[in-house]
Write a protein that binds this ligand. Structure first.
Ligand code: ADP
Ligand code: MG
Length: 728
């Protein structure tokens, strides 16, 4: 008999809520482990402080001598907080975070030692980069990689290590990480948006993209999770029969948070406070043992770092509470999966949210300009936006009728639809004074009022306007937000540049007034981008048909979707904006395709192993018990045994059929994998994994799950769904 499942179940009873003390107010804890503005004032010389602030605000370079001062101050602060080591903290293209710790400790001869951390060590390091994915960049250029300090994201202490957020680039300049293109995209949207803002307010000097992510996750008892090889190796269950009760009663969503989970959350939030991650909201999600955590939004680069850091912290704190956090988009079949809504907006240094309707007709025209340009950007780049969220794990979620479909569309609500309808009819060419007054009074001027009633929030939309921001809902829960944020900010930057050029052309060539030119360009945008607007049910089949008619893409799988990243149009756009050159774009495509293949390959191997080595032997064992039983009945009852053994004989046959089903499908899957592995072209290989290997998972699973229902519970080796999902 398998003991791991039963051992884990027994252990669960010893897992009590961990006591968590919260004696200090959160506002006081907030940022205590961050080298933030107030700490810098305390530990840095005036010159060093100003130099960092300039680097953050204006992107200016930090002088090497000043860097020495900064590192000294940083070290003093870190040591005072109990830190012993420092690390450059970066996000290689695995999507996870990477760190290599070095001690401050250094020997100075004569058996003496000091604590040392120089400007050089702060500014640049050379981790051995050969084991990180590089998509051929480093082979092409035979260059090593280095990490370089990103002063726009403050250093922090985690545990006893000073972590310095850095970019990771090849010596030839190509980005080997997610952060570098993000910073470049943020720079691009900043300058493009500032130029457009000048039409409305000459004082705008900087535009920041903001991001507020909402992280969904499952919390599973660690022992139970560890008893499942599929969870350990792939982050999700590859088999398991649905429990009699799932989420149909809706009794978990927004319900009372279970005690153990609550203790975990409080502990986690305390750590977040120390690290300056402004988490604010926590609640139960739809599926059993599923939860959500959301912060107050921040500048996008910092928010991306904070989300990556949060995911690390969540894992670490979970150990203390005997939990395992599942970030996978679809850890359990039959109940909801997890996403990571990316709430996004643009705001100026003058404190204006450009996607929030204002109080005057002028500020509303500014709002409409950014609003309509965003819609146009999404329309022109819908396939690229779909590619931004493509991964093997998110494929389970998109279009699975619980999350937005793989079709990108924009929801704006009834009221704004009306506004756009009116704007679509403005005169072609110069507007009459009467028309302008009318527009200002009755259309543009009315927006703040109408938005107040715009409470309808279509949950099936992948990209929804929610009053003062867009919510990109199709992002997966495991995603590094840098990827979707780079693409979204880049396409909006490109769009704003085009917009300005078109307005300028009308002003200079057609002698139009600024307002007239803006109305004219917006009118055309509204007309052309109409197909992307959709207010209906995104889960329905009718939408799939309608979207096809409208010419929208519906790339259901990652290998199909990713191609948009290397389309001529995308490569050119990223290159023109300075976000990624051709090599960098192609490298990311290759890495993501490769990752897709590897994930499916691993899942196939794990499933094959569990099915053959865990499920089949268990089924045979149970079948043998039945056979013994039948033999016994025959011995006692002679020829009339058949009547008494009818059910057992049926079961014996059914079990044999399922065993056959498993074995033949596993054999088929292994053959398909071998076939795929021999294919040279990455694209073709990914396609075989997607279309030949993966579908067999369902067939294998079907037979395993049937056996789970037939075999004696006491023999079943794999912790069951009801145990994983309902153990609190
Ligand atoms: P929900 O979408 O769950 O109803 P909210 O609309 O209150 O919740 O906000 C969800 C998330 O949106 C939060 O993380 C919040 O910080 C973020 N958010 C709010 N305003 C903005 C903004 N201007 N830019 C980016 N994110 C924002
Ligand atoms: Mg939301």
């Amino acid at each position: 008999m398998s003991t791991l499942r039963f051992h884990a179940l027994k252990e669960v009873f010893n897992h009590k809520p961990v006591r968590v003390e919260e004696n200090i107010r959160r506002s006081e804890l907030f940022g205590s482990n961050v080298f933030n503005e107030s700490t810098m004032r305390q530990y840095l010389t005036k010159e060093a402080f100003e130099s960092v602030m300039d680097a953050v605000g204006k992107g200016s370079k930090i002088d090497r001598i000043v860097a020495d001062h900064i590192s000294t101050g940083m070290k003093e602060w870190a040591i005072s907080k109990g830190a012993t080591h420092y690390t450059h903290w970066f996000q290689p293209l695995t999507g996870a975070t990477a760190e290599k710790h070095d001690a401050f400790f250094e020997t100075i001869g004569n058996g003496l030692a000091i604590e040392k951390f120089g400007g050089g060590q702060l500014v640049q390091q050379e981790p051995d980069a050969s084991s990180f994915p590089n998509g051929g960049i480093r082979n092409t250029f035979e260059a090593r990689g280095y990490t370089a300090w990103d002063p726009t994201s403050p250093a922090f202490i985690f545990g006893t290590t000073l972590c310095i957020p850095t970019v990771f680039v090849a010596y030839t300049g190509e980005a080997l990480d997610y952060k570098t293109p993000l910073l470049r995209a943020l720079q691009a949207v900043d300058s493009a948006a500032v130029a457009v803002c000048k039409y409305f307010d000459k004082n705008v000097k900087k535009v920041n993209a903001s991001l507020g992510w909402e992280q969904e996750y499952f919390l599973i008892d660690n022992g139970l999770a560890m008893s499942r090889p599929d969870i350990v190796l792939t982050g999700r269950t590859l088999l398991g029969h649905s429990p009699a009760k799932g989420q149909q009663l809706d009794d978990h969503y927004f319900g009372t948070i279970p005690n153990r989970a609550m203790a975990y959350m409080r502990d986690l939030e305390t750590e977040c406070m120390l690290l300056g991650i402004p988490v604010k909201t926590r609640h139960n999600e739809v599926a059993p043992n599923q939860f959500e955590l959301a912060p107050i939004f921040e500048e996008a680069n910092l928010a991306v770092d904070h989300n990556s850091l949060l995911m690390d912290v969540m894992d670490k704190i979970a150990e203390r509470h005997n939990f395992k956090v599942l970030f996978h988009e679809k850890p359990f079949a039959g109940v909801n999966g997890s996403g990571k809504h990316n709430n996004w907006s643009l705001s100026t240094n003058t404190g204006v949210n450009l996607l929030s309707p204002g109080k005057t007709p002028m500020s509303n025209l500014q709002f409409l300009t950014f609003f309509i340009n965003t819609i146009k950007a999404v329309y022109d780049n819908e396939e690229l936006l779909r590619a931004a969220i493509a991964s093997a794990s998110n494929d389970h979620r998109l279009g699975a009728n619980e999350a937005p479909p793989a079709i990108i569309s924009v929801f704006i609500g009834e009221q704004l639809t009306k506004v756009l309808d009116e704007l679509e009819n403005v005169t072609n060419g110069k507007l009459s004074p009467q028309e302008k007054t009318d527009l200002k009074l009755n259309v543009v001027g009315k927006i703040p009022d109408v938005l107040l009633d715009n409470t309808d929030r279509n949950r099936t939309s992948p990209f929804a306007f929610t009053g003062n921001k867009f919510e990109f809902r199709a992002v997966g829960s495991t995603a590094n937000c840098a990827n979707p944020m780079t693409i979204l900010n880049a396409i909006v930057a490109k769009q704003l540049i085009d917009f300005r050029n078109e307005v300028e052309a009308l002003i200079s060539k057609k002698d139009m007034k600024k307002d007239d030119a803006i109305f004219n360009v917006l009118r055309e945008y509204i007309k052309t981008s109409k197909p992307i607007l959709f207010e209906g049910n995104g889960y329905g089949e009718a939408w799939e048909k309608e979207a096809k008619k409208r010419g929208l893409s519906n790339n259901k799988t990652t290998p199909e979707a990713l191609k948009a990243k290397v389309s001529k149009q995308a490569i050119k756009m990223f290159d023109d904006l300075g976000v990624m050159n051709k090599v960098e774009s192609e490298a990311r495509y290759e890495i993501e395709m490769e990752e897709y293949v590897l994930r499916i390959q691993i899942e196939g191997r794990v499933l094959g192993d569990i099915a053959r080595n865990h499920v089949v032997p268990t089924a045979v064992r149970y079948q043998n018990i039945l056979i013994d039983n039948v033999k016994g009945l025959k011995e006692i009852y002679g020829t009339s045994f058949k009547n008494l053994a009818k059910e057992q004989l049926n079961l014996i046959e059914e079990i044999s059929n399922h065993i056959e089903g498993i074995n033949s499908n596993v054999t088929k899957m292994t053959a398909e994998r071998k076939n795929a592995n021999a294919i040279e072209s990455l694209e073709k290989k990914a396609s075989v994994y997607c279309n030949k290997v993966k579908p067999l998972f369902d067939d294998i699973r079907y037979h395993c799950d049937k056996l789970e229902l037939l075999v004696d519970d006491e023999l079943w080796p794999l912790t069951k769904y009801r145990e994983l999902l309902f153990t609190k």
